[in-house]
Write a protein that binds this ligand. Structure first.
Ligand SMILES: *[C@@H]1O[C@H](CO)[C@@H](O)[C@H](O)[C@H]1NC(C)=O
Ligand SMILES: *[C@@H]1O[C@H](CO)[C@@H](O)[C@H](O)[C@H]1NC(C)=O
Ligand SMILES: *[C@@H]1O[C@H](CO)[C@@H](O)[C@H](O)[C@H]1NC(C)=O
Ligand SMILES: *[C@@H]1O[C@H](CO)[C@@H](O)[C@H](O)[C@H]1NC(C)=O
Ligand SMILES: *[C@@H]1O[C@H](CO)[C@@H](O)[C@H](O)[C@H]1NC(C)=O
Ligand SMILES: *[C@@H]1O[C@H](CO)[C@@H](O)[C@H](O)[C@H]1NC(C)=O
Ligand SMILES: *[C@@H]1O[C@H](CO)[C@@H](O)[C@H](O)[C@H]1NC(C)=O
Length: 567
């Protein structure tokens, strides 16, 4: 009897043991836990990332072996923009997409449930669209004479005196394939994309847009595929050819104004994309020896929405959209794969900087940044773009450094913004800004309002005048906060990349989708205003545009001093 009981117990024991073993085994190998929405972000929490970071920070602190320092040359965004490619990329997350099937309609009460579950995850709130959320609106594309776009590319040899630009227009404007050197990237999807080729990429991407129409009366917005940046780059540095700087812009606007489409809203539903910064198109005087052409100050342009890679904080008619990066995914899966790669990435340096000093700019913060970096060789890496332009232009050099760093410094250069900011987001490297003009008042449709959630702002003046140490500011940020910021940065990746124009992402919105949505919303608002006879653009002074567009008010703000002009 006793024996019998023991045997039964033994059998139970072995059964339980086997069952437990089975579950243990399944947990380890048998099931892809990351495919369960919600769970993945919990298990993943910060543990993995923290650990990597801890390891790397510890080795920086106590390991006497200094990190190899990369001192290479990287050419940067030229100010009055000569040209250059600079920095890296990043990866992002897409757990939410797995099948939380976000309800499309506000009336759907299921929304409430999923909102609640999302609220627990601080990383999810306030992201610009992760998933295609809005029914697309019709867009009409003007069929321009080829002299306003394709002809510039046919004559690509004339676009830049120092550099052959033709290589950048292959593959629908993405440039030549980058391959996968040192397995830094993915086997495909990476290109040597020029920082100023957005107008070509955008135009080609528009051809894939799902709601094109030939009936302009149905269109929510009207796209003008004029390659204004390529046009002006032909003459930017030639004061002797000055009088031709403006000619194509003036001709184009005349052509538009005479079209029936213009009459509907006096051009207020028209938009145009420029692949160069706004300052190349804002010559306010008729003296041709001054920089740039007049495109954005001409009367027709005041009624249009002008999209640029850097907008003017003091003008009402332009809006910034991301610079192109080197990554142009063909599928949602490629984006997810890249995001996961960036999540797993070991980051051995605390911060880094790629760029050139600006010795001629008295106010530039760059030399201070470079000397602080040089003074902390175990924590900071530097790629200095001084003599060896070749090295500096190699995407792999910069991207490798960004992928290995926790923070990427993004000081203003010749102008407020840098392509490098988007390369750093692509690399999962948290951007550190020194002025709100570098991103927060610029990329309103693509970056979250809560800028502290994905980036750090160290005021320029603090570094230059108060001797604030970048190292100590960044070292003081708690690890858990750093992990949360990095996760947010990685989740932003789809929003800042332009998908390969030869294909189309299915579930993710890329930078193009967010741009079209931003334009359509703006035009809808303008249309309503016109119908009701109200006029908001009269409601604020153009000098305060940055504030009105960012905060919806022109009340006094702590950032005012960053945007003071002495004219
Ligand atoms: C995961 O992160 C959340 C929020 O950051 C935190 O409240 C929670 O304790 C973390 N869980 C684990 C297991 O670390
Ligand atoms: C998500 O769910 C919907 C409906 O339940 C289904 O049709 C779709 O295939 C699912 N998608 C994925 C990726 O599982
Ligand atoms: C949805 O919720 C609202 C209030 O939360 C309620 O008034 C409405 O009846 C609900 N609709 C359905 C279909 O359950
Ligand atoms: C618009 O018209 C062109 C030529 O007439 C045609 O090739 C194109 O498919 C049309 N597009 C749409 C969206 O109907
Ligand atoms: C144009 O500007 C240049 C440099 O700013 C100046 O030297 C020149 O006198 C100006 N020409 C005229 C006609 O104002
Ligand atoms: C711009 O819009 C205003 C107001 O609708 C209109 O008076 C003006 O003529 C327009 N400008 C052009 C060049 O069409
Ligand atoms: C709105 O007002 C501004 C400035 O007062 C003016 O330039 C613009 O043409 C007006 N827009 C419309 C649609 O009337």
């Amino acid at each position: 009897m006793e024996n019998h009981i023991t045997t039964r117990h033994r059998k139970k024991f072995w059964f339980a043991f086997f069952v437990l073993f089975f579950f243990w085994y399944m947990m380890l190998y048998g099931y892809d836990w990351s495919s369960i929405p919600g769970l993945s972000s919990v298990t993943h929490n910060q543990s993995d990332d923290d650990k990597n970071q801890e390891d790397s920070l510890q080795s920086m602190g106590s390991n006497p072996i200094p990190e190899p320092r990369v001192v290479e040359n990287n050419r940067e965004i030229p100010i009055k923009s000569s040209d250059s490619n600079s920095v890296p990329e990043s990866g992002s997350a897409k757990n939410q997409l797995e099948n939380t099937s976000t309800p499309k309609s506000d009336n759907d009460n299921v929304t409430v449930v999923s909102d609640e579950s999302n609220n627990n995850d601080p990383i999810v709130e306030d992201l610009p669209g992760l998933e295609k959320e809005m029914e697309p609106s019709y867009v009409y594309v003007h069929e321009l004479p080829s002299r306003f776009n394709h002809d510039y590319i046919k004559e690509c040899k004339l676009l830049n005196k120092w550099h052959d630009m033709c290589q950048y227009f292959v593959n629908s404007g993405l440039g030549e394939s980058l391959g996968n050197p040192q397995r830094l990237f993915l086997p495909s999807g990476w290109y040597i994309t020029h920082q100023f080729s957005l107008e070509v990429i955008f135009h080609n991407r528009m051809k894939q847009y799902e709601c094109l129409t030939n009936d302009s009366s149905k269109a929510a917005a009207i796209f003008v595929p004029y390659y204004s940046g390529l046009d002006v780059s032909r003459y930017l540095w030639d004061s002797d050819k000055a009088s031709v700087k403006d000619s194509d812009s003036i001709e184009l606007l005349k052509w538009l104004r005479e079209k029936p489409e213009w009459k509907l809203m006096n051009g207020r539903d028209h938009f145009l994309v420029s692949g160069r910064i706004t300052w190349d198109f804002r010559r306010a005087v008729d003296n041709y020896t001054e920089w740039g052409n007049k495109l954005m100050v001409l009367p027709e342009s005041q009624n249009m929405t002008m999209l640029t890679i850097e907008s003017s904080p003091w003008d009402k008619n332009d809006f910034a959209i991301p610079y192109p990066t080197y990554f142009h995914p063909r599928t949602d899966e490629q984006v997810l794969e890249w995001q996961n790669k960036m999540r797993r990435q070991k980051r051995r340096s605390l911060f880094c900087f790629a760029g050139a000093p600006r010795p001629n700019m008295e106010d530039s913060i760059r030399s201070e940044i470079m000397s602080q970096c040089a003074a902390a060789p175990k924590k900071c890496r530097l790629i200095e773009c001084k003599n060896d332009k070749h090295n500096c232009l190699k995407p792999a050099n910069v991207m490798r450094m960004f992928q290995n760093s926790v923070f990427c410094l993004q000081p203003p250069g010749d102008s407020f913004t840098r392509r490098s900011t988007f390369d750093s987001i692509l690399a999962g490297c948290i951007p550190v800004f020194f002025s709100p003009g570098s991103a927060y008042v610029q990329y309103l449709w693509h970056l979250p309002k809560d800028h502290g959630s994905y980036s750090v702002l160290i005021p320029e003046g603090d570094v230059k005048r108060k001797g604030v140490s970048i190292d100590s500011v960044l070292s003081r940020i708690p690890r858990s906060r750093v992990s949360a910021m990095r996760e947010k940065v990685i989740k932003l990746i789809p929003s800042v990349v332009y998908a390969d124009p030869r294909s189309r992402l299915k579930r993710l919105d890329d930078a193009f989708d967010l741009t079209v949505r931003g334009v359509v919303r703006r035009v809808e608002a303008l249309r309503k205003e016109m119908k009701s006879g109200r006029n908001h653009s009269g409601a604020f002074d153009s000098e305060s545009s940055w504030k009105y567009y960012t905060f919806g008010t022109t009340a006094e703000h702590e950032w005012d001093h960053y945007f003071k002009r002495y004219r």
